[in-house]
Each structure stands twice: as structure tokens, then as C-alpha cells.
Design a protein around this ligand. Structure first.
Ligand SMILES: Cc1cc2nc3c(=O)[nH]c(=O)nc-3n(C[C@H](O)[C@H](O)[C@H](O)COP(=O)(O)O)c2cc1C
Length: 360
């Protein structure tokens, strides 16, 4: 194993350990879902009759919810992917794996991502960074996707994380056309995702005119990747690092991206409750992704922990939808929405108007 491959493997383990042991969530920026009000329809709905099913990558899933890509690349973290797969296969929810860079560098590592070998029905998203798309051949990337039989490929754009990372790839020049080239030729749907700093309307607009199938906001307000990299580099004390609290909050990123991008759009970054999921769907998300709380649930109680966490979120969503007077996800998506406070100001500034009911 060469030294680059060793660094990639140990980084994946360090990331999981830091998320499990340190407070690396945003401190000042929130996902801004607190500035969203959903207006109940007044219809009486029995929670037992609520239909939470939704569509993801053109397949039916049991709720507008998925596990966002996190890990793989070393035997010590491969079990996390298999535990998540066991839970989501039972719950009929999609999942992503973490960056597959480690398996390009060391083919042996494919098994740490290839959860379909045990759970063939899982809707699975592969993952690679935009910085790696610039570096590797299209054949390496398509080989990596087919080796795990992924149904889609997520390409993460994470400039703030790379800047804070001691060994980060900080040049993204040419990334847009490299992503488009992959998207045109890879043979599976591609999704461009951030990892917690958000996608702006300008970025969404650029991808709207390409073959990229989906965008995942990866907005600010949840797990903070600059904080994680500062901690790894021994710089956790740099609490006031310029990028420590930086990014577009998830709710704002969602509204911005939806104004320009009409295909699959998902909300990730600080989604922590059924109420967040309901609000994100009403703002235009097709589904919501969750990362850190899932790996925390896995560390507490393996696949059972993940299953219990996700099924309780689904059943809370059912109750939340009944409370709002909607019977299915389509009705939820059309619910009257009110924006308040900082979110309303930010959206008015960025879009020129507030496309939702104003708060009185
Ligand atoms: C332990 C861990 C590892 C992650 N690794 C990756 C990765 O390899 N590739 C990626 O695109 N995102 C990665 N992410 C980012 C998540 O997919 C997600 O976008 C981000 O953590 C925000 O979601 P959260 O607030 O629910 O954690 C990782 C997240 C966690 C918690």
C-alpha cells in the first residue's frame, strides 16, 4: 500500500471517530428550518392512514428519507456500511457510501462498500470527490461504480473542507467540466452534493443545463467539516477560523437551488427531526439525507440502532403529516409555507422576492 492510500484509509477512520467523540456540529449557523412555518390544511387525517411513500432515483421508497454517504475504505469502518444496509434494506430507504477514493487506490477495499453483496435490494449511491474526478480516469470511476453495483454516483464538492484539511486538494479548477464529462458517460445517474457548506442558486443553475440528474444541498447547520478537519490537524483551538462558521444554511440552499434546478433535489445538512423533513419537502426537496446521527446510532447498537433511529423518524413523520392535515407526500409538497426571520431576509435578498407566504 502506498503512502497516499494509507492516508486515505486512516482519514476515513479519523472522520468517524471525530464525529463520534467530538462536538463538530455548527455552533452559530443553523439549518434555518426554525424560520419555516407550515400551515396546517385543517383536514382531519388519521396518522394510520398517512402514506409516507416517495420516489427516489425513479424507485419507490417508504419515506422521503435516505442515509447520506459516509464511509468505507477500511475494514474497521466497512461494518458501518453493512449495518446501515441491513437497516435500510428492511425499511426500503436508500443509502450512500462514503468517498470510494480508497478503493481506487486499493482495490481490496471494494468489499467495504459493496453492501449489495449481502443486501442486493438496497438503492445504493456511490461517492467520489470533485477533486478526485479531476485526477482519475473515467474508467477508474466507472469501474468503482460498477464494482459496488451503485444505482447512482454522488460527486461531492467540498472546497471549504479541502482548504481546512492539512493534506487537502485545494484546486477545483476544471471541476465543472470534469463532472459533466463523468455525468455524460458513466451510465448511472449522477448527483452533485455538498458536504455541509451548501449549494447556491448560481451553482444549481450551472448544473441545470447539464446531464447531472440531482443536487443534494449539503447545507450548513449540521455536521461541520471545517471543524472536523481543524480538529484532525490539531487546530481545534482555531474556533474563530474564517471558515469555521461558513456556508449556506440548508433551508436557504434548498430554496435557492429549487429556484433554478427542476430535477431531483435533496436536502442534507442538519436534518434532525420529522419536522425538518416535512419542512424540507414543503420547500421543494424530494427527500432528506441524514449522516452523523445515523453513524452515532450505529455505534450505539449496530444495525438495530440504525433501524430504530430511522423507523422512529418515519413514524414521527407520519404523525407530523397527520397534524398538518396531509395524507401523502404529494400533499405535503404543496403545503402552504411561511418564511420568517433571517431566512425570509436571505431569500428576499438572493431571489429578489419571497416565493412563499409572508409571515404576518
Ligand atoms: C462520518 C462521516 C463521514 C462522511 N464522509 C463523506 C464522504 O466520504 N463523502 C461525502 O460526500 N460526504 C461525506 N459526509 C458528509 C455527509 O454525507 C453529509 O453531507 C454531512 O455530514 C451533513 O449531514 P449531517 O448534518 O446529517 O451529518 C460524511 C459525514 C459523516 C458524518
Amino acid at each position: 500500500m502506498d503512502s497516499e492510500s494509507k492516508v486515505t484509509k486512516s482519514r476515513k477512520i479519523e472522520h468517524v471517530n471525530i464525529v463520534l467523540t467530538q462536538d463538530v456540529q455548527y455552533k452559530r449557523i443553523t439549518s434555518m428550518f426554525n424560520d419555516v412555518e407550515l400551515v396546517p390544511t385543517g383536514k382531519e387525517v388519521d396518522p394510520a392512514s398517512v402514506d409516507t411513500r416517495s420516489t427516489f432515483l425513479e424507485s419507490e421508497i417508504s419515506a422521503p428519507l435516505f442515509v447520506s454517504g459516509m464511509t468505507g475504505g477500511d475494514e474497521r469502518v466497512g461494518k458501518i456500511n453493512y449495518d446501515i444496509a441491513a437497516a435500510v434494506s428492511e425499511l426500503h430507504l436508500p443509502m450512500g457510501v462514503g468517498s470510494q477514493r480508497a478503493m481506487i487506490e486499493d482495490k481490496e477495499m471494494a468489499k467495504t462498500y459493496a453492501v449489495k453483496s449481502e443486501y442486493p435490494d438496497v438503492l445504493l449511491m456511490g461517492n467520489i470527490g470533485a477533486a478526485q474526478v479531476l485526477k482519475y480516469k473515467i474508467d477508474d470511476i466507472s469501474g468503482m461504480v460498477s464494482a459496488i453495483e451503485a444505482d447512482a454516483l454522488c460527486i461531492h464538492t467540498n472546497p471549504a473542507q479541502e482548504v481546512a484539511q492539512r493534506e487537502g486538494d485545494i484546486s477545483f479548477k476544471g471541476a465543472f467540466s470534469a463532472i459533466c464529462k463523468i455525468s455524460d458517460s458513466i451510465g448511472v445517474k449522477t448527483i452533485v452534493k455538498e458536504v455541509g457548506n451548501g449549494i447556491s442558486k448560481e451553482v444549481a443553475k450551472r448544473f441545470a443545463g447539464t446531464s447531472v440528474y440531482g443536487i443534494d444541498t449539503g447545507g450548513a447547520g449540521g455536521t461541520n467539516w471545517v471543524a472536523i478537519e481543524l480538529y484532525r490537524a490539531g487546530n481545534a483551538h482555531l474556533y474563530k477560523h474564517i471558515f469555521r462558521e461558513w456556508g449556506i444554511p440548508t433551508a436557504q440552499s434548498l430554496i435557492e437551488a429549487r429556484s433554478e434546478f427542476k430535477r431531483m433535489l435533496t436536502a442534507t445538512g442538519g436534518i434532525r427531526s420529522a419536522s425538518d423533513i416535512a419542512k424540507a419537502v414543503a420547500l421543494g426537496a424530494d427527500a432528506c439525507g441524514i449522516a452523523a446521527p445515523v453513524v452515532q446510532a450505529q455505534s450505539r447498537n449496530g444495525s438495530k440502532g440504525v433501524y430504530e433511529y430511522l423507523s422512529s423518524l418515519s413514524s414521527e413523520l407520519r404523525k407530523e403529516m397527520a397534524r398538518l392535515g396531509v395524507s401523502n407526500v404529494r400533499e405535503l409538497a404543496h403545503l402552504e409555507t411561511v418564511l420568517k426571520g433571517q431566512l425570509k431576509d436571505a431569500v428576499a435578498q438572493r431571489l429578489g422576492s419571497v416565493p412563499f407566504t409572508e409571515y404576518l
